[in-house]
Ligand binder design. Structure first.
Ligand code: NAD
Length: 498
């Protein structure tokens, strides 16, 4: 079937879709041990899409035991890297071959526009699997510089059983940023998608088997964080826990690891990223286009969202006017309409969170310049108008806390020192943008910002070659690039006396 071209065709495809909601353990779909399920509700219109297995401790135990068994047997962990590479590439090909279905599931499940779920999410997920697979037979171990009568080998080995707990904002993509290096290096994985968006992970598990990944190597356990998520985090036989999600839960996972087997914990958490526009920005219009996209793309449900726009006073009014105009291109619409750029927020609870922050912005004295309300309520779905606050102080709640919605806080500054001070005045350190024509100022600012990613004269750049992750309470370790392989391998030093 060719890719649907309009909303009606996507809807037709949605109506004929058979949606799988079961867990995937040891190569097979199955109900949760308790037989419990929960409704999977689409934020597009409030419809129940399917019932999803609500996994818990017993399912975690079963999946981890299977993952361990296959790891020890070596079906995957002991394959030559070149063989794992071939399977990973096939896995990526299968994601691409099923792009429309996966994109549709993602859109129905969490409300993002269909134009992005295929082109950004599925394409990016396939790229992550392919890139990691292609890399794995090109990484060499090391020989230490020893005396003549000895050899010191420094080798990398897979860690064993990896539990991956991922969020709802880019469900497939975040999962594949973990699965790529985790599987390529030979580990077994138990993946727990968010209860708000489990469908693509569940579907993808079957594609892994089709690609040739042995049974038990990739298991998917849908369910809640406080049940199956917690069970995995406390599990005594999980070697490594990789996580993308909020800083609050990230901290909790470190406690669980300490209370159990001291499993390695790698965290990609929240952000409150400053996007700094100096008076000498090379092109204000481009800065405005990027600033609007940085807060409205994916309904603002992006860890790297440019949620704090720091603008130097000389260009403040002009920039805000340009962003207001640009925001017209980001008004919410039906997510299955290929023209829609901004879809539904993930659920009713998230809608209420965002509206609560908007009320706090008004109450604390920020100037509401645009948006500020729920829209399209008549659809039965949950949509928020992109919102711009000016005259924001960095101490205000909307400038301090991660809203995870399309709400922009504009903060004014004068001079590089003040920009850096405000930019760094946050518990987070994920990303930052810097707009200036002065190369020296650009480098000085980039160096001074305590964040894992800095974008100069654009926003949100990078590909699989660049590490992704944050300083401070935005987490530790990195996804993407060869640095991600560090999370999934142990280093062994073998010393041989000759
Ligand atoms: P969340 O922390 O609420 O949930 C993330 C995952 O953790 C979900 O699967 C959830 O079920 C699980 N979980 C919740 N409680 C748990 C517990 N007690 N034990 C084990 N697992 C538990 O985050 P979210 O709302 O799904 O996602 C939004 C957050 O993700 C934002 O803070 C965003 O910044 C962050 N995020 C970060 C990155 C990054 O790379 N740094 C990327 C995307 C999203």
């Amino acid at each position: 079937m060719s890719t649907p071209q309009n909303r009606e065709q996507w809807q037709e495809m949605a109506d004929s879709l058979v949606i799988q909601g079961q867990a995937f353990i040891n190569g097979e779909y199955c109900a949760a041990d308790s037989n419990d399920t929960f409704d999977c509700i689409s934020p597009i219109d409030g419809r129940v899409l399917t019932q999803v297995a609500s996994c818990d401790l017993l399912d975690a135990n079963r999946a981890v035991a299977n993952a361990r068994e296959v790891f020890e047997r070596g079906d995957w962990s002991q394959l030559p890297p070149v063989k794992r590479k071939q399977v990973m590439i096939r896995f990526a090909d299968l994601l691409e071959a099923n792009r429309d279905e996966l994109a549709l599931l993602e859109t129905l499940d969490m409300g993002k526009p269909i134009r992005y779920s295929g082109a950004v999410d599925v394409a990016g997920a396939a790229r992550a699997l392919r890139w990691s697979g292609e890399a794995v037979d090109k990484i060499y171990d090391e020989i230490a510089p020893t005396a003549h009568n000895e050899i010191g080998m420094i080798t990398r080995e897979p860690v064993g059983v990896v539990a991956a707990i991922v969020p709802w904002n880019f469900p497939l993509l975040m999962a594949c940023w973990k699965l790529g290096p985790a599987l390529a290096t030979g580990n077994s994985v138990v993946l727990k998608p968010s209860e708000k968006s489990p469908l693509t992970a569940i579907r993808m598990a079957q594609l892994a088997i089709e690609a040739g990944i042995p049974k038990g190597v990739l298991n998917v356990l849908p369910g809640y964080g406080h049940t199956v998520g917690k069970a995995l985090a406390l599990h005594m036989d999980v070697d490594t826990l990789v996580f993308t999600g909020s800083t609050k839960i990230a901290k909790q996972l470190m406690i669980y690891a300490g209370e159990s087997n001291m499993k390695r914990v790698w965290l990609e958490a929240g952000g409150k990223s400053p996007n700094i526009v100096f008076n000498d920005a090379p092109n204000l219009k481009e800065a405005a286009i990027a600033a609007a996209s940085a807060i409205a793309f994916n309904q603002g449900e992006v860890c790297t969202a440019g949620s704090r726009l720091l603008v130097e006073s000389g260009v403040k009014e002009e920039l805000i006017n340009l962003i207001e105009a640009e925001m017209q291109a980001w008004q919410p619409g039906h997510p299955l309409d290929p023209a829609t750029t901004c879809g539904a927020v993930v659920d009713q609870q998230q809608l209420e969170n965002v509206l609560r922050y908007i009320r706090a912005g008004v109450a604390e004295g920020a100037q509401l310049r645009q948006g500020g309300q729920q829209v399209l309520a008549e659809t039965g779905g949950v949509y928020v108008a992109p919102t711009i606050f000016a005259n924001v102080k960095n101490e205000m709640t909307i400038a301090k806390e991660e809203i995870f919605g399309p709400v922009l806080s504009v903060i004014t500054f004068d001079g590089m020192e003040e920009a850096i001070r405000i930019g760094n005045d946050t518990i987070y350190g994920l990303a930052a943008g810097v707009w200036t024509s002065d190369i020296s100022k650009a480098h000085k600012t980039a160096k001074a910002l305590r964040s894992g990613m800095v974008w100069i004269n654009h926003y949100d750049g990078g590909d699989m070659t660049a590490p992704f992750g944050g300083y401070k309470q935005s987490g530790n370790g990195r996804d993407k690039s060869l640095h991600a392989f560090d999370k999934y391998t142990e280093i062994k030093a073998t010393w041989i006396a000759l």
